[in-house]
Structure formats: C-alpha cells, structure tokens
Design a protein around this ligand. Structure first.
Ligand code: ACO
Length: 318
C-alpha cells in the first residue's frame, strides 16, 4: 500500500543569526564559515520549544492539503533535541491540532525524518492507517556548546512536516542504516541529580569529529541514493530532484560530483538555514514543493545521515 505525500509544511523560528554575529562568541569569521560549510546564516528559536515548532509545521502541512485533524490516523515525529521526554513532540502536535490517534517519536538524529517515513510506510501497509502525519522538529541550538567553534557555527533550529496518504506506486524504494558508534558523534544529555549515579557526567552538548562525519556523509548520500535507485529499477538520470540532509554545502557538492549529477538537481537551503538536523529534509522538501518546480510524477530522492551513526534514503514518485 505505502503512501504518497499530499502536503508539506515547515516552521522557521524567530531569530536570524548571521555569521558575523557568531564572532562575538567564538573565534571564527564569515569567510571561514561560508567557504568551509556554505552557511551565511541560521535561524535560532529564542522562545519556541521543539514541540511548538513541530506543531506549527504540522499545521502548515495540513493547511496545504486541506486535511483535518480527525482524518489523521497516526502521528510520528522525529527529534533529538526536544526539551521534553514527555510529552513527545508527536503528543504535543496531537494536542495542538486536536487529533485523536496514536502518536510516538523516533530519534535517529539527523536521519530521523526518513526513519519516520519508513515507519509510516510499514504502518500504512497494514491497511489500518490511511493518513499519517510525519514531523521533524529540532532546537539544536540548545544542545550546542557555544564556545566550540567547530560545532556552534553549523547548526540551526526549525521544523518540517508532511501529510501522507495511503496509495500504491509512490514510495518506490528505501534504505535505513545504523552503525552504533559513540566516537564520531555524541550528544550526552543532562544526567540529573541522582545521588546514586556513578558514571561520568559529560556536559550536554554535541561532540563531533567533523572530518570523519564529512566522509561518512558523502559516502552515505552517494551509496544510499544508488542503492535505492537500483532497488526501484531507476538510474540517477531518472531523478528530477535530490533532497539531501543539509549539513554542509561542500558535502552536497561532493555528492553531486560523485553521482555525476548537475548541482542544480540538488535542493540546497543550507546557506540560509544551516543544519537543522532531522528537520532539514522536510524543510527542504517543503521549499521545493512550494517553489512550483515539483510536479506530480517527478522522481525525488531523499537522503540523510548523522548521529548514530545513521543514514537513510528513499525514492519517491511525486
Ligand atoms: N572558524 C574558524 N576556524 C575553524 C572553525 C570555525 N568555525 N571550526 C574549525 N576551525 C579550524 C579548526 O580549528 C582547524 O584549525 P587548525 O588547522 O589550526 O587545527 C581548521 O579550521 C580545520 O578544521 P577541520 O575540522 O579540518 O575543518 P573542516 O574543513 O573539516 O570543517 C566541519 C569542519 C565544518 C565540521 C566539517 O568537517 C563538516 O561539515 N563535517 C560534517 C558535519 C556533519 O555533516 N554533521 C552532520 C551530522 S550532525 C548530527 O547528526 C547531530
């Protein structure tokens, strides 16, 4: 059965921070960030929680396709940066839109939205779930060490969402990958104040080996895209749009070159938004959708990679 995407949405938080503003906090420069990462600015949420941003994006997607809350059979959200373990982002979205359906969150770091899509596809294949709302929402700014220039310049906040409707022939192929690892990307959380805790208390922030992540990222986009295209019986020449995770403009350029695809086929929003973790793919997809460039029948490859380590890709016939 699987699904087609009938609506997309996003939420951009309130405060745009350009590279020059970051020079107040760390030893960096607009030139370095633009050249090495391809980012000019990012939006930071000064007041909206991850849950609230997810709800705004969900409403945006539902509005676009005219789907009401009582039509939604399941809500799945992706986050690795929520301020709350409970309620989940999906639970908060449910309350905000007034839906009455099961909900849960998935955490697969930056790949999370694609893990949500695959999970939604499996639920829809059961025949029981006809419309599923998927959301990616991240307030990564609260997980950054703002004195670490190798991470704090890269990320931004935001949310994206999509409404899925059960229909055959659109979700053509998919791949999920995880390699348990604590060395390359680590995001420890606050350990609380239990008097019984005997482990090491690491500061809650993102720790990342940039160059190792970079190599993993390029290989993931290339290999995962080729794998799902092969599974769908397609080649890179059949693809109208690649929507990759937005982590570094150079990662996108390298991947395009290795795939032999013109860069114009790759959606890139990183310059204005930075790396919004699992929100980046649905945000980029929504921008593509609203640009008028996406037509029914187009072949779209989504791909993502990140902490876990994890990666994922899928081919969609729009
Ligand atoms: N400003 C100025 N200089 C900097 C900055 C900065 N913001 N950050 C690092 N540098 C310096 C380093 O200190 C180093 O200086 P040195 O040579 O004197 O030691 C020099 O720049 C080169 O550092 P590298 O780490 O080699 O820089 P690189 O070109 O690899 O860029 C970056 C670093 C941007 C992190 C890059 O490796 C990258 O994008 N990696 C992938 C990140 C990614 O994809 N993350 C996604 C997953 S995150 C998740 O899942 C939560």
């Amino acid at each position: 059965m699987s699904f087609k995407i009938i609506g997309t949405g996003k939420f951009i938080p309130d405060y745009s921070v350009d590279n020059n503003m970051l020079t107040q906090y760390v030893d960096t420069s607009d030139e370095w960030i633009k050249q090495r990462v391809g980012i000019a600015s990012r939006y930071i949420s000064t007041k909206y929680t991850t849950n609230e941003m997810g709800a705004f994006a969900a409403k945006d997607a539902m509005e676009q396709c005219g789907v009401s809350a009582d039509e939604i059979d399941l809500i799945i959200a992706s986050t690795c940066s929520s301020e709350f373990s409970c309620p989940t982002v999906a639970g908060f979205v449910q309350k905000s839109i007034g839906a009455n359906c099961p909900v849960f969150d998935i955490n697969s770091a930056c790949s999370g939205f694609l893990f949500c899509l695959e999970t939604a596809a499996m639920y829809m294949n059961s025949g029981k779930y006809k419309k599923v709302l998927v959301v990616g929402s991240e307030r990564i700014s609260r997980l950054l060490d703002w004195s670490d220039r190798s991470t704090c310049v890269i990320f931004g906040d935001g949310a994206g969402a999509a409404v899925l409707e059960a229909e055959n022939g659109h979700y053509l192929a998919s791949k999920l990958f995880t390699k348990g690892d604590t060395d390359i990307i680590l995001i420890p959380l606050d350990i609380g104040n239990s008097p019984f805790y005997r482990g090491e208390a690491k500061k809650p922030a993102i720790y990342m080996l940039g160059q190792e992540t970079f190599k993993f990222a390029v290989n993931s986009i290339v290999n995962d895209s080729l794998d799902v295209l092969k599974e769908a019986g397609l080649t890179v020449d059949d693809v109208d749009h690649f929507v990759p995770h937005q982590a570094n403009g150079r990662i996108i350029n390298f991947a395009a070159k290795r795939l032999g695809v013109p860069e114009e086929k790759f959606v890139s929003i990183i310059s204005e938004y930075g790396n919004t973790s699992s929100s980046s793919v649905p945000m980029a997809l929504d921008m593509l959708n609203r640009s008028g460039k996406l037509k029914r029948g187009d072949i779209v490859v989504l791909s993502a990679f990140g902490g876990g380590l994890s990666s994922a890709a899928c081919v969609i016939k729009w």
